[in-house]
Design a protein around this ligand. Structure first.
Ligand code: NAD
Length: 261
């Protein structure tokens, strides 16, 4: 637990399920007020809000498409009107779909880039504008992936979006460091969330994924939420521009484990 997070205000995009929900609930346990954004799953967002309130925080759910400027702005406006400020903005929302690149349509390319990369820009810009206006030493946390580093055949648009998130985040970290504003990425590996439901319900694919994790297990959403709480807190006050991989070692070239190669 991080005492300085108590009463702080956060926006979490894509908070109706998966990593966004786990982060929002962890923030609730820290005593924070959370704007829980959802795209289509209102019930999921309401469940997240209830869990935050039960954990001791305050929360409200708001529908918005984070790939649109109006959507991002509505989240900032909600944070200000409902909770009187903003301290932490988590750009978590994201999507993926599989296509061999020669069959990837421009529409599918755009859908993933608009959500995963443009959404991160629009959300970060809202947070930066508020932090600049108020002189607040705020924190931005962007959800990247091990695929900002590891190429992923048949997910070229996804990998491109996450590589973009890494460099965008490093750039704003440098640009605003002298104003005390921090920006970091979290790079999850394979985590048990709805995005992986189909893959992990097939025992063969589940085991194949586990075999790529040196620590030998799929991650829990709470593993990622812990990283988000630390990055948001003052304990990470001298940390900016990094990607904190939460991946059980997936980025450590697992094929070399046990001295192979
Ligand atoms: P998920 O599918 O469970 O959740 C994604 C959330 O994003 C959903 O709530 C969805 O509604 C929301 N979303 C999608 N498009 C949106 C839009 N236009 N506007 C607002 N919200 C939108 O997936 P997850 O595993 O929780 O993923 C969260 C983030 O973590 C994503 O950015 C994903 O790329 C990243 N990630 C996940 C893993 C993993 O193994 N689960 C690994 C690496 C990176």
């Amino acid at each position: 637990m991080y005492d300085d997070l108590d009463k702080k205000v956060a926006v979490v995009t894509g908070g109706s399920k998966g990593l966004g929900s786990a982060i929002a609930v962890r923030f609730g346990r820290e005593g924070m007020s959370v704007v829980v954004n959802y795209h289509t799953d209102e019930k999921g967002a309401e469940r997240t809000v209830s869990a935050i309130e039960e954990a001791g925080g305050r929360a409200c759910a708001i529908q918005a498409d984070i790939s649109s400027d109006e959507g991002a702005r509505s989240l900032l406006e909600t944070a200000l009107s409902e909770f009187g400020g903003l301290d932490v903005w988590v750009n978590n929302a994201g999507m993926e779909n599989r296509f061999p690149t020669d069959e990837l349509s421009l529409d599918d390319w755009k859908r993933v880039i608009d959500t995963n990369l443009t959404g991160v820009f629009l959300g970060s810009r809202c947070a930066l504008q508020h932090f600049m206006e108020t002189g607040k030493h705020g924190s931005i946390i962007n959800m990247s992936s091990v695929h900002e580093k590891i190429p992923w055949p048949t997910f070229a648009h996804y990998a491109a979006s996450k590589g973009g998130v890494e460099m965008f985040t490093k750039t704003i970290a440098l640009e605003y460091a002298d104003r005390g504003i921090r920006a970091n990425c979290i790079g999850p590996g394979a985590i048990n969330t709805p995005i992986n439901k189909e893959k992990f319900s097939d025992p063969e694919q589940y085991e194949a994924t586990v075999s790529m994790v040196p620590m030998g297990r799929i991650g829990d959403p709470e593993d990622v939420a812990s990283a988000a709480a630390w990055l948001a807190s003052d304990e990470a006050r001298y940390v900016t521009g990094i990607t904190l991989f939460v991946d059980g070692g997936m980025t450590l070239y697992p094929s070399f484990q046990y001295g192979k190669g």
